[in-house]
Design a protein around this ligand. Structure first.
Ligand code: GCV
Length: 612
């Protein structure tokens, strides 16, 4: 028997999606008739409404009006409400805040997934496409059910032979695009900036006529095969990837060349801003990595073509447990921006430890007006595991990301509870317990890992488990510089000047250690262990307290999780991972406390066990 959870939060939807449904409005009709066989539905397509929809009851029957894709999102909104036990709305109207709501898969053609914790690739194996078309329909359904509409299927690090997506693999890519089209999901490809050089052209210089022609011809071929391809995603001049810097060109020149090639077809170029010196000498005291993205891009504001979107990681480093909002997201008012989040739990527990992201996302939007960006993307946490996300509870992040991308004002308590009710049939008490566990999981993880905004105390490269000085003398620019007296980097105007990249109101909030929010303290400041926190504790005591609390709260969380009657195989999987999380939390707690005690020589005031 097929594992029912394969449909994840849609497992209550009856039936498999049949082949042969060609358009989102037909899919909407199919889904509504299936889910509500007793009700009469009228679907009216008004193309100008695009992704938006309106639901009304008229004379005892339901009327769903919306754009070509809007009617599908309206149908899924009804379905989500129904299966999560919410009353049907008398009337509802909705449209997404962002036009492109993107999932970026870091899948390689060989079937591996960079930073993937849910098994192998859903799309590739052995250097070729290798997908189950039924599963692709399920995937399309899941993405559409939460409003996601762009799927970039290959890694931004385009490893050979993934570049063939633009060439030999195009017919198969077109077949996949056709499977996802009725779900309103458009494909996107990550492209290798130096690809013309595989075709006898001696340069990838964006201003070279032969290079420009190659990309124009390529775009023509690609869009002929997939007319609704969303565009190209580009990682250039980053972590060894080729890019315009090699030719003395800036990133506006680099991106605009591609933008010109894809423009006739309505394509976009999503250009990532994850550019920094990844070969820094730790002795170099001048360079401060978080400053890099702003330095590379802010001065180019207004110079990018209108079909270029700069995709900026939410923080200035790289998806740490806590980072400030990237200053670039507040700086480039004349440029299309997308914020990049990461569902894959690279630094946040590898989908072993529980880490529900919605609280972090809500904090980011508190710092940034939602209109500063026009699109949003997240690195995928999907894989070939039967439950899609490795840890069954990690699916809450994909689900809530969809709702956030639709409307960043979404209420996270409601969204998490909706996901639980769709996914499991639990008592009210268990539903409430699980919701509390999920919503507290990020803070708990933060407490037992890196302290007060420091980050990077992880095992190098793999990024699971503690290693406080693992990156300290490495070349990635991620240092904490802890010594016997103090820890942290001064990023104010008296230090590296990073804080000067922000507008004044933001700066004021963080520039003085006495008023800087505790959880960001060591991101912005270098402070002695004896520094008095706002609540009167010393900073070192606060570090000890957080770590002991993080471990204790994980133990309590484990007890709650074990008491919830999840169905199999979820129960065994969740409990097994919870046991691993407990071991991880203990390891982090002990190692971080010992690390700081050995350096500072300061005892825990509460006399708890620190291994010396
Ligand atoms: C896809 C970090 C990750 C890399 C990732 C990179 C990126 O450095 O560790 O695996 O590469 O970010 O976002 O491009």
């Amino acid at each position: 028997m097929r594992y029912k959870k394969m449909k994840a939060w849609l497992h209550q939807c009856p039936g498999e999606i049949p082949q042969g449904i060609a358009a989102p409005c037909e899919m909407a009709e199919y889904e509504l008739n299936n889910a509500f066989p007793e009700s009469a539905w009228t679907i009216r397509v008004v193309p100008e409404m695009k992704d938006g929809y309106r639901i009304r009851q008229e004379n005892g029957s339901w009327v769903l009006t919306g754009g070509d894709t809007g009617v599908l999102y309206g149908a899924y909104a009804m379905i989500r409400k129904y299966y999560s036990g919410q009353p049907a709305p008398a009337a509802e109207e909705s449209a997404p805040r962002y036009a492109l709501r993107m999932i970026n898969c870091w899948d390689n053609a060989d079937g591996t997934v960079e930073r993937g914790y849910s098994g192998r690739s859903l799309f590739f194996e052995g250097g070729h496409f290798a997908y189950d078309s039924g599963r692709m329909r399920e995937l399309g359904r899941l993405l559409a059910s939460v409003g996601l509409n762009v799927l970039c299927i290959n890694n931004v690090n385009v490893h050979d032979p993934a570049q063939l997506l633009l060439e030999d693999y195009l017919p198969e890519a077109a077949e996949l695009a056709a499977i996802l089209r009725p779900f309103g999901v458009r494909l996107m490809f990550s492209v290798d900036y130096s690809q013309p050089m595989r075709h006898g052209i001696t340069t990838a210089d964006p201003l070279d006529p032969a290079v420009r022609k190659w990309w124009k011809d390529t775009a023509a071929r690609v869009w002929e095969a997939i007319p609704d391809l969303a565009g190209f995603l580009v990682k250039a001049d980053s972590e060894g990837r080729p890019g315009p810097f090699t030719y003395g060109r800036n990133h506006a020149e680099g991106a605009n060349m591609l933008a010109e090639a894809v423009k006739p077809y309505g394509g976009v170029v999503v250009w990532r801003c994850f550019v920094y010196n990844c070969r820094q000498d730790w002795r170099d005291l001048e360079t401060d990595r978080p400053k890099a993205a702003y330095e590379h891009y802010a001065y180019l504001d207004g110079q990018f073509s209108d079909n270029v979107i700069l995709q900026v990681k939410h923080g200035p480093f790289d998806f740490q447990v806590r980072e400030p909002l990237s200053p670039l997201l507040l700086a480039m008012k004349k440029t299309n921006l997308a914020m990049e989040l990461q569902l894959a739990q690279e630094y946040t527990g590898h989908q072993i430890d529980l880490y529900t992201m919605a609280p972090m996302w809500k904090e980011l939007f508190e710092e940034m007006p939602s209109g500063n960006i026009m699109s949003i993307a997240a690195v995928s946490n999907l894989g070939r595991d039967e439950n899609y996300t490795g840890h069954p509870l990690a699916a809450v992040n994909l689900y809530t990301f969809g709702l956030l991308a639709w409307n960043p004002d979404m209420d996270m308590e409601t969204s998490v509870s909706e996901w639980i009710r769709l996914t499991y049939s639990l008592s009210e008490k268990d539903t409430g317990d699980l919701q509390r566990v999920l919503l507290s999981s990020r803070r708990i993880y933060e407490k037992y890992t890196a302290p007060l905004g420091i980050g990077w105390m992880v095992t190098p490269h793999d990024h699971y488990g503690p290693n406080p000085s693992g990156y300290e003398y490495d070349l990635w620019g991620t240092y904490h510089k802890a010594d016997r007296n103090a820890v942290g980097i001064d990023r104010t105007e008296h230090g590296t000047g990073y804080l000067l990249q922000y507008p004044e109101d933001f700066r004021i909030k963080y520039e003085k250690p006495e008023t800087c929010p505790d959880l960001m303290l060591l991101f912005y400041h270098r402070l002695p262990y004896t520094f008095r926190m706002k609540d009167g504790r010393t900073m070192i005591q606060r570090i000890y307290d957080d770590h002991f609390e993080g471990l204790e709260e994980t133990e309590k969380m484990a007890a709650v999780i074990r008491s919830i009657p999840f169905p199999e195989p979820d129960f065994s999987c969740i409990v097994r991972r919870m046991d691993m999380q407990l071991r991880n939390a203990r390891e982090w707690c002990d190692i971080i406390n010992t690390f700081f005690h050995r350096l500072s020589g300061i005892d825990d005031e509460k006399g708890r066990k620190i291994y010396l």
